[in-house]
Design a protein around this ligand. Structure first.
Ligand code: SAH
Ligand code: SF4
Ligand code: F3S
Length: 477
């Protein structure tokens, strides 16, 4: 479904040049709007979902800022874009709810324009519903053509009616487009896009397409530029970073990429997200162990502790394999914090299966875990499995898991009370302005007295008192 048409234009066919051409044209429209309004038009980018969406939103913001918009957090802005998520149904429901609010704003400000993009837009049922019930939306596009945002924005200004452009898939990666980062001192970096794993519950492979890796030289160049701009912490992003590089013309392992990132001066901390347990290599454990920069935090989604359920989920590891892997990591790198994702209520799951999950949580001793109620996603194999679990039963299992996770995490986090550790100061606390919030290498937060001048710095903090999942501390001078 492509409805973009530009009559007789001289736009270059090459990317990213084509987008810079349209960026100028979009800027002329924004300029005209500014004259009409008598002020600079405002724009708001609202992000739902994961870190990858957050990074995409920085790319959207990069284009909007260069087009001449002023950024705001207020959703009654002159241009509002929702970057959506569809991993669970409640993510979708939130988008519909917020769209209703936007409709109200648009009635009061007829020059307001509304756009939708991201994972939800890759679903035909969503597009149908928006076209029928949310006709005030001006622009809709998906995940594969987000690099064309400047061009799509121009189309929105120049064409009548809603502009809709959704692609089924892509094998393209367009480099060197503008980015407007949220934090000056830390940044996410895409190292790969899409996913080939097809876990049976998950919609991501359908809405994000096939796995493709960025070339190492492009990634390293971007990180060097970030370091020059003062970034000290990077987070390498992909749905399954452990399979990075397998499809490149010159294959490279994720561990190999990490070794290269380690060499970049100015970068002091390296994080990554997410690791699939089935692909976590010994080489990676070795690189993490030897590294001075890779943070002591590994997010290793378990999903379930029951081998039977794991098999139905198509996760391709057993309970025992997961436990062995966690043990190996703990043995090699004892101070590594382990966090995880757990789904409760997958089709066929019994309270016994939940018991297996509790067993793994206890034995691994996760530092934190995100627990989700299974959400049926149309088009995935699990959606048509016969033995769907009732809401009540799923909720009962969920409560048990949550309780166990909280007990275990509290114990784990407390381990470092009294120690001194490095923290990257991220912000001044909004509630109590005399305090700042820092993040430890193991991802735990610590609050301590300080001011805005510390933001972006890595400082030594003594962890005075553990309060459940975070610390109160004192900076050493
Ligand atoms: N690529 C990452 C996960 C991305 S989605 C990985 O494999 O680890 C983030 C989390 O959402 C998943 O780990 C899973 O726990 C959860 N999730 C995905 N699909 C879901 C569904 N249909 N219902 C409930 N939770 C789901
Ligand atoms: Fe979804 Fe599995 Fe891919 Fe993660 S690895 S994005 S859970 S299909
Ligand atoms: Fe959601 Fe898409 Fe991320 S579905 S979790 S925003 S990849």
């Amino acid at each position: 479904m492509s409805e973009l048409r530009f009559a007789g234009d001289k736009a270059p066919l090459q990317e990213p040049e084509r987008q810079y051409f349209f960026l100028e044209r979009a800027a002329a429209h924004v300029e005209e709007l500014a004259r009409e309004l008598g002020r600079r038009p405002t724009c708001c980018v609202t992000t739902f979902g994961c870190q990858m969406n957050a990074r995409d939103s920085e790319k959207l913001a990069g284009i909007l800022k260069r087009a001449g918009y002023e950024m705001t957090d207020r959703e009654d802005a002159d241009f509002v874009i929702f970057n959506t998520c569809t991993v669970r149904d409640n993510a979708n429901q939130r988008v519909y709810g917020r769209l209703g609010v936007l409709n109200g704003y648009k009635r009061r400000n007829p020059r307001m324009r509304v756009a939708l993009c991201g994972c939800m837009m890759q679903e035909q049922t969503v597009i149908d519903r928006i076209r029928e019930s949310y006709r005030f939306v001006d622009l809709i596009f998906g995940t594969h053509n987000i690099y064309k945002f400047a061009e799509l924005l121009t189309a929105m200004f120049e064409q009548e009616g809603t502009v809709v452009d959704i692609w089924k898939d892509t094998d393209r990666i367009v480099e060197d487009l503008p980015v407007e980062r949220k934090y000056p001192f830390k940044s996410g970096i895409n190292i790969m896009f899409g996913c080939n794993n097809f876990c049976s519950y998950c919609i991501v492979p359908y809405v994000r397409g096939r796995e493709r890796s960025r070339r190492p030289q492009d990634i390293l160049r971007e990180i060097r530029q970030l370091a020059d701009q003062g970034v000290v912490e990077v987070m390498l992003l992909g749905q399954n970073v452990n399979s990075y590089g397998k499809t490149l013309e010159q294959p490279m392992s994720f561990a190999g990429l990490l070794r290269e990132v380690e060499q970049i001066p100015g970068i002091r901390r390296i994080r990554f997200m997410t690791s699939h347990p089935k692909d976590l290599s010994d080489e990676l454990i070795q690189v993490m162990k030897e590294s001075q920069k890779i943070c002591r935090h590994l997010h290793l989604p378990l999903q379930s502790g029951s081998t039977r359920i794991l098999q139905a989920m198509n996760r391709r590891y057993t309970k025992e394999q997961y436990l062995a892997l966690a043990e190996k990591i703990r043995r090699e790198i004892p101070d590594m914090a382990l966090t995880t994702d757990i789904i409760v209520g997958f089709p066929g799951e019994t309270q016994e299966d939940v018991g297996e999950t509790l067993d793994v949580i206890r034995r691994v001793g996760f530092d934190n875990a995100f627990t989700f109620l299974y959400s049926k996603r149309t088009g995935t194999p699990a959606a048509v499995m016969e033995n769907q679990v009732s809401k009540e039963q799923a909720q009962a299992g969920f409560d048990r898991v949550l309780q166990q996770v909280q007990d275990t995490a509290r114990e784990q986090v407390r381990k470092y009370q009294g120690r001194t550790m490095e923290a990257l100061v991220e912000e001044v606390n909004t509630g109590s302005p005399g305090l700042v919030t820092g993040r430890l290498s193991n991802n735990t937060l610590v609050h301590f007295p300080g001011d805005a001048s510390l933001v972006g710095r890595i400082v030594e903090v003594s962890l005075e008192e553990c309060r459940g999942f975070y610390y109160m501390g004192k900076m050493l001078t």
